[in-house]
Design a binder for this molecule. Structure first.
Ligand code: SAM
Ligand code: MD0
Ligand code: SF4
Length: 370
């Protein structure tokens, strides 16, 4: 059981966050235990205040292209795990991907997130990733947008190449930083290797995103520990997503994670990482769930997917996609009604550039060769 220190108060914690001081593990656990509505509202208010301090009313929008749903892994929570015979699989060609990317770019997203299962076709040998390198270079030259890659585990050599071909971000979520739980969730994968891949990516000049799942059997102490690990990594974007049970996965009959927990964690992430990017993913509750995530201090909307391209989501393979709700057009009224606005592409690029130069300085100081 995680013990709560009786000397801690909400007042004191909010004050610390206000003054840019990192919260202790016990303080994070304390916040996670808060249930009273008025106290929760105070946390969300502080989260919004900190977001506004660092980002004003700007919101960043990420286009999501899940271009291959084939996977060599068997993650217990995932619809696309290799042993799920019922899952819909596809692998898009570079040409098809490029069409989607151009459509997303015209619609006004600020970044292209290229995501795949650990598709054996790419992982097969050292030249397997070549089409992805070429795709990144094409996207960069044709759209000039920042690119995130979410390919799963990547070797140092491939990470360096992703960067050299123009990728800006590497996303790879640990899901939990409790190694025992990791081994239950990400079956037969190495905790250490996955964690280290993010440090290697960062040293190679890529910004990094770290993420956790909630509702998978983690404790408040695990969540607080994850935040410490995110800080250790120097993650530039940090996320939490509620586990959504998937048919055909080992966890198919697990209960739905209560959404309040994800919202609370988003707000705590904002208190702990006031100047970092925190996504509100459309993958969990679609557009309907957007406002409460932004109200909790998120400042990026992820998983914008064009309709009619035959593309899937990750946690929800079809939610709101064909209806066309998960588009820039679909989410714009929601953010405007909240007094927020879409950032410009130049504003997003400026943030990425400044974060990259801070990262480069950090690694130079540490003596690592980039
Ligand atoms: N295959 C790559 C990998 O696993 O790193 C890239 C895909 S990654 C974007 C898939 C992410 O979606 C997982 O890391 C997990 O956080 C999230 N996810 C997968 N299944 C989920 C589910 N059932 N509920 C909520 N999130 C899920
Ligand atoms: C999202 N479905 O943002 C995406 C995905 C991968 N980099 C991101 C989890 O919700
Ligand atoms: Fe594969 Fe990623 Fe799903 Fe795990 S989470 S089964 S690595 S697609």
């Amino acid at each position: 059981m995680d013990r709560i220190d009786p000397a801690i108060s909400l007042e004191q914690i909010l004050d610390k966050a206000e003054n840019n001081r990192f919260l202790s593990k016990n303080e994070i656990i304390y916040l996670l235990g808060i249930e009273k509505e008025d106290e929760l509202q105070r946390i969300y208010e502080k989260a919004r205040e900190l977001r506004n301090r660092h980002f004003g009313n700007k919101i960043f929008l990420y286009g999501f292209v899940y271009f291959s749903t084939w996977c060599r892994n068997d993650c217990a929570f995932c619809y696309y795990r290799k042993s799920n015979e019922g899952s819909k699989r596809y692998r898009k060609s570079n040409r098809e991907i490029m069409d989607t990317v151009m459509g997303l770019t015209e619609s006004g997203v600020h970044l292209i997130d290229l995501t795949m299962g650990e598709d054996p076709k790419y992982y097969m040998n050292s030249s397997g990733f070549k089409p992805l390198f070429e795709l990144i270079a094409d996207i960069k030259s044709q759209t000039k947008l920042p690119v995130m890659i979410s390919p799963g585990l990547a070797s140092e050599e491939n990470l360096t190449k992703f960067q050299a071909f123009g990728a800006d971000w590497y996303a790879c979520y640990q899901e939990t930083h409790n190694e025992k739980l990791f081994n239950i969730l990400r079956l037969e994968q190495s905790y250490e290797e996955r964690f280290q891949s993010k440090l290697k990516a960062n040293a190679a000049g890529l910004l990094i995103e770290e993420g956790i799942l909630t509702g998978v059997g983690e404790t408040p102490g695990d969540i607080a520990h994850s935040m410490e690990c995110m800080r250790y990594l120097g993650a530039n974007q940090v996320r939490v997503m509620s586990f959504v049970p998937q048919s055909g996965s080992t966890m198919e009959s697990w209960p739905q994670a209560p959404r309040g927990q994800e919202i609370k964690i988003i707000a705590i992430l904002r208190l702990v990482f006031p100047d970092k990017l925190i996504p509100a993913s459309l993958d969990i509750d679609g557009v309907e769930g957007l406002q409460e995530r932004l109200d909790a201090g998120a400042n990026v909307i992820t998983s914008i997917i064009p309709p009619e391209a035959g593309l899937a989501g990750v946690a929800q393979c079809s939610k709101d996609i064909n209806e066309g709700y998960r588009t820039v057009q679909g989410i714009t009224p929601v953010i405007e009604a909240m007094g927020l606005r879409k950032a410009t592409t130049a504003e997003y690029r400026a943030w990425v550039d400044s974060e990259k130069s801070k990262t480069a300085m950090k690694w130079q100081k540490s003596g690592a060769v980039i």
